[in-house]
Design a protein around this ligand. Structure first.
Ligand code: HEC
Ligand code: HEC
Length: 587
């Protein structure tokens, strides 16, 4: 297999309409607790053993929907698979192209059949339930998906906040659910189901965190997985069936913005193991736009005093970071946060440590105007570039079809450029492709990184892959990794307003991490050894500590000095020299 691939953004995509005329069954599955709506992160639920707990994550796959006709035969809805997620409020999906008719029963799998579970995850388009970048459920290097991830906190017998994480996976653990549902499908029909999380933990096989354990990864013979499989079969219920009006669903069809008549598509290169990215369709990657964005990125005239470019903080030689604890602006003022590295941004949908920007084009205008950073006003900037004795008007014409310069076009060009910064050619990738070999120390480090810590089942790994898993070594999520128990920077909470997000920050990618010191949102750790020490002895408990860390002993995973050194040796294999060379200077 070629270890990288080039993908084009086919303009045909913009024009392809795919409207079905057959009936549609819209399914909504709401997570419940004994009949009531499940309140995420609320510490108010009880196991049958009387343990108090919360649910912070309920993320799962359902597939292989079938409907039983009144004559008893079954209609299979091919390719039906959906991903549902409590935190993202993903609870509705559509089964298209259902032949109209009368049906009595619906059945489906919680999880996936073997074919889907073992399929190459890199083939699913953006937006597909099985695109690992979307669902965050791909089981990393062990193959297959996590069918259901249930996580939360609980109070252990010692009275401490502890974490629990039940991950159901493996082909043999897909659960068959069958529900009587009188469905008269003529046009568009909605089926409302409940998923009772209390039933999943309680009936018929009651689970107790203290006696049964706080984690499962569904290894062979794991009793928690066996209990979940039994319980899930009866944890779903039909609430109601509704006939919907012939509502026309408007499919947003974004047109490319300011696309000139002539342009050169950019050849976007990624690893063959990466998921398909969701590139913005209204800002297709073109050589002309990338060239303009690249020039802007290195241009100090973007700042109030012509003294700072994006690249002065995002230095290509340092993996696009500045080596400072927190960033220093054009006028010398220090900001509150550590400069983030810039690569593989095409696989993120929320930017900054707290995720406050929803797109790159929205993101890039912030540092230009931020008084602690470049501190420039956009009107001044546009005028300055238009009057620069420079080739900007010509570059804007090539990229956008006219010499007019606007803040929006500056943002679109920078977005184009940032999206092209891909990193996928580290020693780790070459080992995976069979082109190089790990040293024994790196190999041990990789195994520690990707193995859970679960003494009850004889597993003594470092448990890093839960958050930094998959080929991108990041997850599209925010987590509290135990840096503090009181928070001077509220992180994600300031964006969502939810107290359950206090102290959470974006899970950073660990690619190129050897180059991006100092570490964490406030740059508090100078070395990777300090970071690893944090996960062993420094993890602090608080109400939002991630369950995957909260279930470890106080302080964190106990690793030996040798383990720690091996882990660091592995992290150093994630450095990508090709990326450094390719993007190290203005083109
Ligand atoms: C003064 C230093 C500084 C300058 C100049 C600067 N940045 Fe940043 N950049 C940062 C810091 C610090 C963060 C994280 C800020 C936060 O989370 O609040 C960041 C975050 C980002 C991110 C988010 C990455 C992610 O993974 O979420 C992008 C993209 C980015 N900067 C692009 C740019 C661009 C483009 C420019 C020029 C227009 C620029 N930056 C100028 C310091 C800087
Ligand atoms: C519960 C999820 C979670 C787990 C498990 C986890 N991390 Fe992290 N990691 C994070 C988050 C979130 C951050 C950023 C936190 C911040 O800056 O406030 C982070 C930051 C880091 C950083 C700093 C990266 C940078 O650019 O600043 C490194 C290195 C790191 N983790 C390595 C590891 C290793 C090694 C393990 C296993 C021992 C591990 N992580 C386990 C969530 C996790």
């Amino acid at each position: 297999m070629k270890w990288f691939r080039t993908i084009g953004i086919g303009l045909a995509l913009f024009l392809a309409g795919n409207r079905a005329s057959a009936a549609t069954l819209q399914v909504q599955i709401l997570p419940k607790m004994a009949g009531q709506d499940l309140q995420p992160a609320s510490f108010r639920y009880h196991t049958s053993a009387g343990e108090t707990f919360s649910v912070t994550r309920a993320s799962y796959l359902v597939s292989d929907f079938e409907l039983q006709r009144v004559d008893g035969s079954w209609l299979t809805l091919s390719n039906s698979v959906a991903w549902l997620d409590l935190g993202q409020n993903r609870n509705t999906f559509r089964l298209e192209n259902v032949p109209p008719g009368d049906f009595t029963t619906i059945r489906f799998l919680v999880g996936l059949n073997t074919n889907l579970n073992q399929a190459n995850p890199a083939k699913f388009p953006p937006g597909h339930a099985l695109n690992p970048d979307l669902d965050g459920l791909y089981w990393g290097w062990q193959g297959g998906y996590v069918f259901m991830a249930l996580e939360g906190l609980w109070r252990n017998p010692a009275g401490e906040l502890d974490g629990w994480a039940y991950h159901l996976a493996r082909d043999t653990n897909a659960v068959h659910v069958s529900l009587a549902a009188p469905l008269d499908i003529t046009n568009e029909t909605q089926l409302d189901l409940d998923f009772d999380v209390s039933a999943a933990l309680n009936a018929p096989c009651p689970l107790s965190f203290a006696t049964d354990g706080t984690s499962t990864h569904s290894r062979d013979g794991d009793p928690i997985a066996a209990a979940l499989v039994k319980n899930l079969a009866t944890a779903f219920r039909v609430r109601k069936v509704t006939a919907l009006n012939d509502a026309e669903i408007a499919i947003a069809d974004p047109r490319p913005l300011y696309l000139p008549k002539k342009f050169t598509p950019w050849r976007f290169q990624i690893s063959a193991t990466f998921p398909m990215p969701d590139l913005p369709r209204d800002n297709p990657l073109t050589v002309e736009r990338v060239t303009l964005g690249n020039k802007l990125f290195f241009d100090r005239r973007l700042s109030i005093n012509n003294r700072q470019s994006c690249a002065d903080c995002h230095e290509p030689d340092n993996g696009f970071t500045d080596g400072r604890r927190t960033a220093r602006g054009a006028e010398g003022k220090l900001g509150p946060r550590n400069t983030m590295p810039l690569f593989n941004l095409a696989w993120k949908s929320e930017f900054f440590w707290d995720g406050r920007a929803q797109s790159l084009r929205q993101q890039v205008l912030q540092p230009m105007q931020n008084p602690l950073e470049m501190h420039e006003n956009l009107t001044n900037l546009v005028t300055r570039l238009a009057h620069a004795h420079d080739n900007y008007p010509a570059l804007f014409k090539a990229a956008f079809g006219s010499t007019e310069i606007t803040a929006e076009k500056i943002a679109l060009a920078l977005e184009n450029y940032l999206l092209t910064l891909t990193s996928f050619d580290s020693k780790f990738d070459r080992v995976l492709a069979g082109r190089e070999k790990f040293t024994p120390q790196e190999q041990r480090g990789f195994e520690l990184f990707s193995t859970e810590y679960d003494p009850r089942r004889g597993q003594f790994g470092a448990d890093c892959f839960h958050c930094h898993g998959g080929p991108l070594f990041q997850s599209q999520s925010f987590a509290n990794n135990g840096l503090d128990s009181t928070f001077s920077d509220p992180g994600r909470e300031r964006v969502t307003g939810k107290s359950s997000d206090l102290g959470k920050f974006a899970v950073p990618s660990l690619r190129n991490v050897a180059l991006t010191a100092p570490y964490m949102h406030d740059g508090r750790f100078q070395t990777l050894d300090e970071v690893v020490e944090h996960y062993c002895t420094g993890v602090k408990r608080s109400a939002t500590l991630d369950p995957n860390l909260a279930r470890h002993p106080d302080g964190g995973v106990p690793l030996s000095a040798e383990d720690k050194a091996d882990l660091v040796a592995f992290l150093k294999t994630l450095t990508d020299e090709r990326y450094l060379q390719e993007f190290s200077h203005p083109q």
